[in-house]
Design a protein around this ligand. Sequence first.
Ligand SMILES: O=C(O)CCC(=O)C(=O)O
Length: 209
Amino acid sequence: MAVTWQPSLLDLGEPTAIDPMLAGRRRIALDATSWLDLLPSWVHGGDALLEELTAGAPWLPQRTRQMWDSEVTEPRIVAQWPDLATLPPIVEQMRVAVSVAYGTDFDRVAVNLYRDGRDSVAWHGDRVRHTHVSPLVVTVSLGARRPFRVRPLGGGATVFDQSLGAGDLLVMGGRMQHDWQHAVPKVSRATGARMSLTFRHSGPVGAGG
Ligand SMILES: O=C(O)CCC(=O)C(=O)O
C-alpha cells in the first residue's frame, strides 16, 4: 500500500519497544463514570512498526457505510486480525501488557490507517457499547500526530483535544462509549500517515478496569 508519513527523527532505526508495566499513565476523569488513561510515548521506535503494518497487516477493502439514501466510503483503511496467533510479536506484547494492566482479555485487535489529512473518523461512540456497560477501548497511535477529540454524547463543547501519534497510548473506559463521543477530524495542513492500533475485548472487564 502506498502511504506517505514523516518518520520521527528520534524513532529512525530504533527497534520497536514498549514498557510492559505502562508506568506513568495518567487518568483523566470526564465525569463521575467515564475516564481516559493517557501514557505519552509508550511505544518507542514505532515508525518501524508503522512501516511493517503498512506492508503486512491484513487490510480489509475500504469499507462503505449507508448514510440516509447514499452509500459513502469510510475515509480510512482498516485491518483486523482474525487470528491472534498471526499478530506481529511486538503487537502481541502490547496486547498482553494491556490485558495484564487492566485485568481484561483484549482479544480483538485492529488498526486504522489515516493515509493523510483527508482521512478521519467522525464523532461516534464505539459499537462495543451495545454489548458492554463499561467497555475498555485501547488505542496506540503511531506516525504523524493528529487531533483526538472528545465531546459529550449528542454535541457540546470539546472537553479533550490532544494531538496523538508517535507511540501514545490512550485507554477509554467506564461509561465513555455510552455518554461521550470521540473523533479524529480531518486536517487541512499536509500531514503524513497516522495509525491507531486498537485493542477491544469480547468478554467482561476485569479487576484492573
Ligand atoms: O484513531 C483513533 O485514535 C480512534 C479510532 C476510533 O475511534 C475507532 O477505532 O473507533
